[in-house]
Design a protein around this ligand. Structure first.
Ligand code: DOR
Ligand code: ZN
Length: 406
């Protein structure tokens, strides 16, 4: 049994917590805030095939360092997770990489929608958290850019009662803009993949969700235009849910001159005004969750000139400290952080609450440094940011990790 004494809960009440464990351990949590283990509904832990960027041994340490005990991993690996057989192989590799570091990270896998493998969806129904549809291409080759295939995948998802998670960028518009403008600078990325590119895809995805009565989870919402569509869909009673990311909440296009390729991400960083729209949408309950979209690439890859540098940035270690820093700045409440990182994901994806607990030192200030990061890629777009509010213990499946000892 693990006993946590004198912690505070979300409402400021003093609590003692008992967690089943093979070990006997007492933690005096005086001054610490207790939260359930966080759920990250959107990570790219790169197994199989891209382990030079990240693997589940390094990513698991990064996850628990960030206060996360459950993650949902994306299928854009090499090969992509698009068949029942590939799904089994992926699970097998994940298990061995987790065992290597003895971290019982909880995970669920998204299944990749791929035109050549739609029939595989029927076989994996019980084993996946949902179907991931790339409406516009991003890292990897998964993309569904024709309406007929989109209809087909939504119809199958409906028949199998599976949630559809969409990367909502309109491939046709992207294609035209890439050719038309011949982008050369990192900052062109935000121009090519403009707000309208996201709006068009969200519009289409909501339309399909309405026709097929599918639960729709819209990944990495970054613009007011998307928020308006999602808000209306919710008001119409559709099962439409929205996620945003730490980089869209805390960075904007002004980051390009400093971060260069490290600022390149899909969907791209937006104008500063979108950040306040996102905070407002969280307050209004239009945005349900935050996904780190932890998408590591090596520094060498990110140093390539545009457009050769890949899109994506790591994030699982800094999401909670960024949110807690925003809490200190009175931009977001602890209740909202709790619903963004735990309860809405549980509700939307039907997870039952587990016993995992994290202990947070709300007052701890620390600067993000590449040296302190556990992700294999060893960089962060938030390097040199001083953040206030860090997890200090993560208790996962009865195992207690003192994060200062990792
Ligand atoms: O920036 C991104 N990186 N967006 C995605 O959709 C994929 C991700 C990755 O896997 O690198
Ligand atoms: Zn992603």
């Amino acid at each position: 049994m693990i006993t946590i004494e004198n912690a505070k809960n979300l409402h400021g009440d003093r609590v003692n917590i008992h967690i089943s464990s093979e070990k006997n351990l007492h933690i005096n949590a005086e001054g610490l805030l207790a939260f359930p283990g966080l759920i990250d509904p959107h990570v790219h832990f790169r197994t199989p095939g891209l382990e030079y960027k990240e693997n589940w041994s390094t990513a698991a340490i990064a996850a628990i360092s960030g206060g996360y005990t459950t993650v949902f991993d994306m299928p854009n690996t090499i090969p992509p997770t698009v068949s029942a057989e590939l799904l089994q192989e992926k699970k097998f590799i994940i298990q061995s990489q987790l065992q290597a570091v003895n971290i019982p990270l909880r995970y669920h896998l998204f299944f990749g929608a791929d035109k050549a493998h739609f029939s595989e969806i029927y076989k994996v129904r019980e084993e996946v958290i949902g179907i991931k549809v790339f409406m516009g291409c991003s890292t990897g080759n998964l993309v569904i850019d024709d309406d007929e295939s989109l209809h087909a995948v939504f119809a199958i998802a409906a028949s199998q009662n599976l949630i559809v998670a969409v990367h909502a960028e309109d491939e046709k518009r992207l294609d035209v803009r890439k050719k038309q403008y011949n982008p050369k600078n990192y900052a062109d990325h935000s121009f090519i993949r403009d707000e309208e590119t996201a709006r068009l895809a969200v519009l289409k995805a909501i339309h399909l969700a309405k026709i097929y009565r599918v639960k729709l989870y819209i990944l990495h919402v970054s613009t007011h235009a998307e928020i308006e569509l999602i808000s209306k869909a919710k008001a119409d009673g559709l099962a439409v849910y929205a996620e945003t990311t730490p980089h869209h909440l805390f960075l904007n296009e002004a980051a390009y001159p400093l971060l260069l390729g490290k600022a390149v991400v899909n969907p791209p960083l937006r104008k500063i005004v979108e950040q306040s729209h996102l905070f407002q949408a969280i307050a209004d309950g239009v945005i349900d969750t935050i996904g780190s979209d932890h998408a590591p690439h090596t520094i060498a890859e990110k140093e390539k000139p545009y457009p050769s540098c890949p899109s994506g940035m790591p994030g699982i270690e800094t999401t909670l400290p960024l949110l807690l820093t925003a809490y200190h700045q009175e931009k977001i409440s602890l209740e909202k952080i709790h619903s963004l990182t735990v309860t809405r994901a549980e509700e939307i994806f039907g997870l039952t609450r587990n016993e995992d607990i994290i202990l947070i030192d709300l007052h701890k200030k620390a600067t993000v440094t590449s040296k302190a990061l556990k992700t294999k890629c060893a960089w962060s777009s938030f390097e040199n940011w001083e953040l206030q509010g860090w997890p200090v213990y993560t208790i996962i499946q009865g195992q207690c990790f003192n994060l200062s000892e990792l």
